[in-house]
Design a protein around this ligand. Structure first.
Ligand code: PGA
Length: 252
């Protein structure tokens, strides 16, 4: 894993947008894997700015999002469908039909997941996948557990994730308890992966990722150490508990 440590959240977001820009300019048919959460918002703002300045054209691009809560419609303000429209899609020229976010209202999430993976495959696979990391090391909604999903499909959320995400809901009781998520296999098939992390809240997960020298399903992000083109881009706060002498990966 390559590692880029930045001075600030803004610098992390710009560096990530620089890489997306480089890949998009080299391939206007790019297939992007996109994430929700507070981490990528700065990156999305950068992409919007560069689009409005005429640098980035998304008209031939496609995107696939990682996950969606089960039970929330695309119109629900807490859904990831809504988040993506609000934070990115409504402000760039990615055609609606090219922007895919899992459907939280599917009545057969297992089959739906298979068809989502099939669609990614038919689109040529994900060229560049953007990922956040949970404070517990989760990737998308692949939560720490003895077993992780390989393919896309339904998962039950952990107490910590429900707690972490309750800040967006009126009360914790309203946070859905399950989701459709891309599985670890679906994510690892991306040709290139950018893992983003900022703030002290992620410092423990990043230290575990880089210092434990182990791959474990109890830290789903650790599977990314097996990917041949994965880069961690994190600010110095998220990196603050890493022991540099004893680190898995190389500083870029
Ligand atoms: P965050 O979430 O960007 O809101 O911190 C990341 C995640 O849970 O994957």
């Amino acid at each position: 894993m390559k590692i880029i440590v930045t001075e600030s959240y803004e610098e992390m977001s710009k560096k990530t947008a620089d890489i997306i820009e480089e890949e998009l300019l080299a391939n206007d048919n790019i297939v992007l894997g996109l994430a929700t959460g507070s981490t990528p918002i700065g990156t999305y703002n950068e992409l919007i700015r560069r689009h409005l300045e005429g640098i980035l054209d998304f008209s031939n691009a496609k995107s696939f999002n990682l996950d969606e809560y089960i039970g929330l419609s695309a119109e629900d303000v807490n859904s990831y469908n809504y988040f993506m429209k609000d934070k990115l899609f409504d402000h760039i020229n990615l055609p609606n039909e090219n922007a895919h976010v899992p459907d939280g209202l599917t009545d057969d999430p297992e089959n739906y997941g298979d068809s989502y993976d099939k669609l990614i495959k038919e689109s040529g696979g994900i060229d560049l996948q953007i990922l956040g990391i949970g404070a517990n090391g989760h990737i998308a909604f692949n939560e720490p557990a003895e077993e992780l999903r390989y393919t896309t499909g339904p998962v039950v959320l952990t107490e910590q994730t429900i707690e972490d995400n309750s800040r967006f809901f009126e009360s914790k009781d309203l946070v859905p308890t399950s989701a459709v998520t891309m599985g670890m296999g679906s994510i690892m098939k991306a040709k290139r992966i950018l893992l983003l992390a900022n703030g002290l809240g992620k410092a423990d997960a990043i230290a575990q990722l880089l210092n434990s020298k182990k791959i474990t399903t109890f830290l789903p992000a650790s599977l990314l150490l097996l990917h041949s083109d994965a880069t961690l881009i994190c600010d110095k706060e998220a990196f603050s508990q890493v022991n540099i002498e004893d680190m898995a990966g190389e500083l870029a």
